[in-house]
Structure formats: C-alpha cells, structure tokens
Design a protein around this ligand. Sequence first.
Ligand code: GLA
Length: 336
Amino acid sequence: MKRRMFLTLVATATAASATLFTAPVAQAADDVKIGFLVKQPEEPWFQDEWKFAEMAAKAKGFTLVKIGAPSGEKVMSAIDNLAAQKAQGFVICTPDVKLGPGIVAKAKAAGLKMMTVDDRLVDGSGKPIESVPYMGISAFNIGKQVGDGIAAEIKKRGWNMAEVGAIDVTYEQLPTAHDRTAGAVEALVAAGFPKANIVMAPQAKTDTENAFNAANIALTKNTNFKHWVAFGLNDEAVLGAVRAAEGRGFKADNMIGVGIGGSDSALNEFKKPNPTGFYGTVIISPKRHGEETSELMYTWIKDGKEPPLVTLTTGMLATRDNVGEVREKMGLASAK
Ligand code: GLA
C-alpha cells in the first residue's frame, strides 16, 4: 500500500514537473520566427515581397524579421542576428550569388533553415547550389515575352527594323539577368530584328541610375538609329534606358521600352498623364515570391516539410492600356 502510494506520488510529481518543463518548450516551438533578407530594400519589387511576406506572417501567426542586406558583410551579420533572436529559418535574395557557399555554411552553423528567392546561389564554379530550395522567375521565357512584346509593337508602328537600335541593359554576373536578356534577344532576332543593331549596355548595379549611365554610353556611341527599343533584367533597368533616350529626344513615339516586374516603378510610369518610352512590363508575382516562400519556410519549420527545390514562376505582359486587367488576372489587384 505504502509502495503504491509512493509510486502514485512519484507519477504525479513527474507529470507535474513534466508539464512545468514542457509548457515553455511547447510555447517556444509555436513561436516561429522567420527572417526575410533582400539585397535592395529600396527597390519596389522587394518592398512588395516584404509586404506579401507580412501577409503570410499575419495569416499563419509567425514573426517576420525584415532585413536589408546589400552586402556580404550585412548578410553574415544578419544571420548571426537571426540566430541570436532564436529565429528558425530565413528566406534570402542575396546581394551576390557567388556568396553561395559562405551563406550555406553560415546558415548551417547557425542551425537556420534557408530558402532563396529571385537570385539563385552558385558554387565556386558558378553552378547553382541545387540543395537549397529556390523560387525564381522562369527567366529565359519571361525575357522572350519581353522580346515578343517589343517586336509586335515595332511591327504595329510600321518601323523599318534596319533603322531601330536596341539597348540591351545587361548584368551578366547574375544568371537570372543573363537569361532574361538572352531570352529577349532570341525573340527579337527570331522576329527578324537585326542582331547587329543590338547594343550591349552593361550596368554596374541593378538600379535605374546605373542603367541610365550604361544606356547613355550606348546612345552616344550609336547615333545612326532613327528609333530605339530597350530591355533589361527589370523595370529599373529599362527605366534608366528610357530616361537616357528621352534626354536625347527619343520620347514615347520613338522608343519602346519593356521591363520586367510590374511594381511601383512601372505602375507610376503608366500613371503619368502622357505615355513615355516605357511601353510595357512583364508583370511577375511578388505575391508568390514573398507570401509563398514565407509560407513554405513556415511549413518547413513547423512540420519538417522541406520546400520544393526549384519553383519557377511566370509573368504576363502589360501595357498602360491593360495593366489593371493583368494585375487582376495575376491576383495582385487588391494588393495596393
Ligand atoms: C532580381 C532582380 C529584381 C527582380 C527579381 C525578380 O532579383 O534584381 O529586380 O526582378 O529578380 O525575381
């Protein structure tokens, strides 16, 4: 009898202490914290990604830590910071894809799960690091949509292709940028555009100012064209080219710029009372890249289900005439 009572007491005490002990742990497991690091926090695309990631955080009940990480140093200290805050994982658009092995090692050492978005990490030989889940745009195809859109508009305007120059704003060190402009070139050439009229304009950084400078050099060196078209990796690149062309008198009537993105940089351009040389943009989805990546990370942390290793998203060409409709179709209309 005594023994039975003793055992009961022990069992009760164990249960009590187990409850006491497990309660805070259970709470901590519920307390999911996810970092979202972006290379250019000032760019509207990344602002949109963050906005959609916040929506996922609200809906699922996790904490989102938004961090601007424009350099390798910032990425490394952000990972330390996240680990110190007891985050369990992060989504990142890296400032430099070549930082790949270093970021992977750092995340591993910090015990953080990692998924990449937009720009895919590469290893020492430039090959994608396939073990890290990635969501990016289907770059080459979207580039082709840009080229097709430009070619169709050249034809609609009845321009003689021999008299048209194309500013190809390039950023070759970033594979997704290379694929996007390569796709545009392929579509243009397939539509009969003379390859020799395509002028490479390498930009030093992927923003409007650097694209403007690159396009200015291309325009200065090529004074023989009557009309211009422009493409690049994103809206900012094309806006730079459009502004440079305007400076030389090539306005909406003589310039067809088609970007990639569809965030505020493009939307603001379409809202101007008069059309500019920024003719269109292939709208891609910050909703999928922000909300879906965060949700995938959340599920990975909560349920141990790893995200798919590669997800490629699509886009739709929009001009100032149908931008509202296209945004609607892409599920972005109510987002602003
Ligand atoms: C890259 C570009 C961004 C945006 C994303 C979309 O990161 O720098 O402007 O186009 O890709 O995936």
